[in-house]
Write a protein that binds this ligand. Structure first.
Ligand code: FES
Ligand code: FE
Length: 430
């Protein structure tokens, strides 16, 4: 970004408890272009879950950070993240979204690749020199970096990025709590939700870690919960928001709704009570009471910078989103579930997945509406300059309804976008 065009992106004054975000960050084309290079090309980006490719030959083609990626399990069972570009003359090799294949044949001139990306054959082979097939440059290229943590697979286009485990840092512990819902492993339930919102991608980051909006934006859902004791668990209480470093953040809190792992509500009846008690006892056996209570009774909205959200609430969802323009994003969401879950629990989990977070559920349409309203409000961003995210600033332990989480995101965003402070503007965070 040209320095002469730079306006402060953030205004921070801890003494006055001021933390403001310039609304131009949500509308400006230069910012959007700079984000591609400074945020999406320099972060670890979620690609998919290992359980999506259970068998050798399984593949998924997916758009990640503006790239076309082919995610495969090769004949030896190893997961690979390949750039879905033919080494010959650049066509997309795989044109299907998912499936199982022994090999991939490029549509253009017919080069054939294994699921490991290695060139197997090409028409007119005799016209190429001996050893051509053995050259690395004849194979599909792997993404510059590919690593995974607890079956969450990530890619990065920055060859020099820090290892994924270091990048995840304090967020690892929350992923552990989520993945420890069972000792039988977790899997993505087949199918996904795909939708788009006419709003800047950072609005969904904020919204995903915003406890403050729930009672107003989702009033109709809470009306239903509150109007029937069937929907309410006995033990509810408060919660906290945490800055996990590196731009990651989490809310951890108790809530009234039922959790298939393992918070019972009267609406699930006596059969459900027995089922939930059995699951809870198993968690206590595995981890002891304290951790079992945390896994079973606490909700977590975990955000991993810059665009991965794991909602461990009345269902467990994995959500990722990418900007297509300053005011448009596409979103993908998947349900994650314990492998040893009973049919009873799976039914409630999937009902919950659709009922609250589904694109036609109680939450997502409300959130999409709120975000699109913000984007429309930002039409005045040259005159009405600032968003305020100061709620709970200066508190020792901000609650899950404060805005610490958003400040964690924006601080990292600003660090990557403007690595050196702009000297002539007071109040710009480094
Ligand atoms: Fe793929 Fe030519 S571009 S075979
Ligand atoms: Fe919401």
């Amino acid at each position: 970004m040209k320095a002469e065009n730079a306006q402060p992106a953030l205004l921070i004054d801890p003494a006055q408890r001021v933390f403001k975000v310039a609304r131009r960050n949500f509308v400006d084309h230069e910012i959007y272009e700079a984000e591609k290079e400074k945020i999406f090309d320099r972060s670890w980006l979620y690609l998919g879950h290992s359980s999506e490719l259970p068998k050798p030959g399984d593949f998924i083609s997916r758009s990640v950070g503006g790239r076309s990626i082919l995610f495969t399990r090769d004949a030896k069972g190893q997961l690979r993240a390949l750039l879905n570009t033919c080494p010959h003359r650049g066509a997309q090799v795989c044109r299907e979204r998912k499936g199982n294949a022994k090999s991939f044949q490029c549509f253009y001139h017919g080069w054939v690749f294994g699921a490991d990306g290695k060139l197997r054959s090409q028409p007119g082979e005799e016209s190429y020199p001996e050893g051509f097939k053995g050259r690395d440059t004849s194979n599909m290229q792997a993404v510059p970096r590919y690593e995974s943590y607890r079956n969450f697979n990530f890619v990065s286009f920055d060859p020099n990025i820090i290892p994924l485990v270091d990048y995840l840092g304090n967020a690892k512990e929350y992923l552990d709590v989520i993945c420890d819902q069972t000792d039988a492993g977790m899997s993505i339930v087949a199918g996904s939700q795909e939708y788009s919102i006419r709003a800047n991608w950072k609005l969904l980051t904020e919204n995903s870690i915003d406890g403050y909006h729930a009672m107003t934006t989702h009033a109709s859902y809470f009306d239903i919960l509150m109007n029937s004791t069937d929907n309410m668990s006995a033990g509810t209480g408060g919660g906290f928001g945490y800055d996990l470093g590196n731009g990651h953040a989490v809310l951890e809190y108790a809530a009234p709704w039922g959790r298939p792992v393992a918070q019972w509500i009267p609406g699930w009846g006596e059969a459900g009570k027995t089922e939930i008690a059995r699951q809870y006892d198993k968690l206590v056996q595995l981890y002891g009471k304290e951790r079992a209570d945390r896994i079973a009774l606490k909700n977590r909205n975990l955000f991993i910078f810059p665009n991965l959200v794991v909602n461990d609430i009345m269902a467990l969802t994995v959500r990722t989103y990418f900007p297509m323009a300053p005011d448009y994003m596409v979103i993908n969401a998947w349900a994650l579930a314990p492998n040893d879950e009973t049919a009873w629990a799976r039914k409630y989990r999937l009902n919950n997945f659709l009922e609250f977070l589904g694109p036609g559920g109680f939450a997502t349409p409300d959130d999409a509406e709120a975000l699109e309203h913000c984007q429309r409000g930002f039409k005045n961003s040259k005159e009405a300059l600032w968003n305020d995210i100061s709620k709970g600033m200066g508190k020792d332990k901000p609650s899950h309804n404060d805005e610490l989480q958003m400040r964690a995101f924006w601080t990292q965003w600003n660090k990557q976008m403007f690595p050196a402070p702009i000297p002539h503007i007071k109040g710009v965070a480094a």
